[in-house]
Design a protein around this ligand. Structure first.
Ligand SMILES: Cc1cc2nc3c(=O)[nH]c(=O)nc-3n(C[C@H](O)[C@H](O)[C@H](O)COP(=O)(O)OP(=O)(O)OC[C@H]3O[C@@H](n4cnc5c(N)ncnc54)[C@H](O)[C@@H]3O)c2cc1C
Length: 381
């Protein structure tokens, strides 16, 4: 009897996607994963090739150059990339959400212009919501977009924006009306627009292959035709994406648990102390067993959410649960993997220290664990 982690793939199509992404990741990402973390290098070539393979636009409609697949296909891609390099997936995720946003709310012209380019990887995308004074409290954002003829003049600052310095286009939340959530709109901003200025990426603890930047928008003139969705409805419209983003973060958490457990089991079988492989020690077995429980629980929670979304059902609170649990599980499992590899675990000879650093993001990005708990508590009340 051998333990096998939960497999998201349920159909032949899913298995085909899984095979393709596994092969790609083994050939193209695994060999560079340590280097792009070390050098904080954005692997643009990987993102482009993912696009060429059709793996970035899986959920987008075929009409717009996408694959027309369900969300489980997208989750399989997220999982396989994250198992090897969470940072690469963080960038892919910012890109993919830019694409989904435009496909969901875009006019026929906007979809025709942007979605095929993003799906193919020809263009790189991002999404700019967070501001220096508006993180968890998105509705208080201050970046303004003031109408001037057939343009909006955008002024303000965003922070922690994934891909801001490498993107060709971003979707950006701006204030077009009064205070609060009802004065917010979404604009599609091409990054060669004068007044768009991305900073050098932050130096980060983990996810270092993914550039995270400040963004200044100074008298940035955006055509009114680039309004995405309805004016002053941007906040409500954006809320549609966050639960799915949370579900995908849950997938990444499961991926890191799986990668770290695999690495730990292999190491513990090989490493001998006191004349025997350390996996023979019951205290080590207990740690591995607890890691497997975290892995199984995270993946079952996430699979439930994915199945519901694939069936068109609501699973927004369950997505928060999966993210809350998965983020803590990924920290515990990667930390225990470091512990089980002893001194080597603490070095860059093995990937577990990188996964441990990467795992911390999951309780912060895409809505912190505290905010997820507030959402959940509201659901209970
Ligand atoms: C690597 C990385 C990539 C990112 N990529 C993007 C991106 O592409 N686009 C984008 O728009 N943003 C991005 N972000 C921003 C991310 O979404 C925010 O960091 C996150 O939402 C938290 O906001 P904040 O950092 O302002 O923290 P704050 O909101 O200031 O929170 C600080 C602390 O206070 C807690 N807190 C806040 N409010 C409450 C409350 N009501 N009750 C209890 N506790 C509370 C939080 O949980 C947290 O622990 C990224 C962040 C990182 C680190």
């Amino acid at each position: 009897m051998q333990y096998k982690p939960v497999d998201y793939a349920e159909t032949d199509e899913h298995r085909m996607i899984q095979e393709t992404i596994r092969r790609f990741v083994a050939d193209k990402l695994k060999p560079i994963a340590a280097e792009i973390d070390e050098k904080e290098r954005f692997p643009e070539e990987v993102i482009k090739e993912l696009g060429e393979l059709g793996l970035l636009g899986l959920v987008a409609s075929e009409e717009h150059g996408g694959g027309g697949h369900d969300v489980i296909g997208a989750a399989i891609v997220a999982e396989e990339i994250s198992k090897v390099c969470a940072g690469t997936y963080t960038s892919a995720q910012g890109h993919v959400f830019c694409l989904h946003w435009i496909e969901k709310y875009g006019t026929p012209e906007q979809k025709a212009k942007y979605v095929p380019r993003l799906a193919s990887g020809e263009w790189i995308g991002g999404m700019a919501i967070t501001e220096p004074e508006a993180g968890s409290d998105v509705a208080s954002l201050k970046t303004t977009a003031v109408r001037d003829g057939d343009e909006y003049v955008v002024n303000g600052n965003k922070i922690f924006i994934t891909n801001a310095n490498v993107a060709d286009v971003i979707v950006c939340l701006v204030r077009t009306g009064g205070p609060g959530p009802k004065g917010i709109s979404t604009l599609i901003i091409e990054t060669d627009t004068p007044g768009y200025m991305a900073s050098k990426p932050f130096e980060k603890l983990g996810n270092r292959a993914s550039p995270t930047c400040e963004l200044a928008l100074e008298d940035c003139r955006v055509p009114v035709s680039n309004l995405l969705g309805k004016e002053n409805k941007g906040f409500i419209e954006s809320m549609v994406f966050f639960p799915f983003e949370r579900a995908l973060v849950g997938v990444c958490c499961g991926a890191l648990c799986e990668a770290a457990l695999d690495e730990a089991v292999n190491y513990c079988k090989e490493r001998k102390q006191f004349g025997q492989p350390i996996i023979e020690f019951q205290m080590v077995q207990q740690m591995l067993a607890e890691m497997a429980v975290d892995l199984q629980a995270t993946k079952m929670l996430t699979r439930d959410v994915l199945r519901k979304y694939a069936a068109g059902e609501d699973a927004n609170l369950e997505a928060s649960i999966a993210k809350i649990y998965g983020a803590d599980a990924a920290m515990r499992v990667t930390m225990n993997a470091v512990q089980l590899l002893g001194g080597y675990g603490y070095t860059r000879e093995f990937p577990v220290e990188r996964w441990f650093r990467d795992a911390k993001l999951f309780a912060i990005g895409g809505g912190t664990s505290q905010i997820q708990k507030l959402i959940l508590a509201r659901g209970l009340m």
